[in-house]
Design a protein around this ligand. Sequence first.
Ligand SMILES: [Zn+2]
Length: 262
Amino acid sequence: MSGSTRELAELSGPALATTLTADSIIVLPVGSIEHHGAHLPLVTDLLMADEMSSRVVDAAVETGLDVWRMPPLAYTKSDEHHWAPGTAWIGADTLLATLREIGASIANTPAKTLVFYNGHGGNVALLQVALRELRRLHGLRTFLINVAVPAGDGVDGPDERGFGIHGGWGETSLVMHLRPDLVSLELAERAVPDQIADFTRIGFAGKPVQFGWLSDDFDSAGVVGDPTGSSAEVGERLAAQLVADGVAALDEVSRFFPGAAR
Ligand SMILES: [Zn+2]
């Protein structure tokens, strides 16, 4: 193989065919190009998926895991931000078809394990569908790791009332750590939808009743959360936690064979 790269596309085809084995784990970073309010760049989710997956893969390789990273998927299912200039999205049908065909391409290598490393919450439901689809169609072992940035709870960060999901404290802090030059914190404003935060049954994931929403349902800025008080120091702490969590997850992925004593 050529050098010590863990970027799959930097190998030649023949080198890939002889380097990968059935134990190799392929990580596909999944981002998005979408509106994140005035204080964050459109590339936020892609940046997090790309940069954090790179750190996770490098750290996992150091522990002895055979992990490889594919170039990221930039354009994904951002239809909740369809109204905002700059959002560049593909629909659910197109994304599922794309993932099916990327899965077919992975199945054509010696590797049999594909991990989505996802930076965009709007992709989660569809990626979960794709996990089963690729297992059924191609026999791959498939996994989803989400870039889990926490919401502020009033103790650690501002109280985002469970709605710190888009452009809020955690995400803004992480981007301030990764690319401080792209953040305009002076434009950040609290955008927690207090008008619905008291509902106990209906809400985002974690509540028993889900609802269909578009990001301009809540606030004209298209942010859902409270980015005020974000900092690069918090982002650095979150990044270190994401690397530790990612490495631990990939370690389990390497040993996880449901129903089979391998
Ligand atoms: Zn985001």
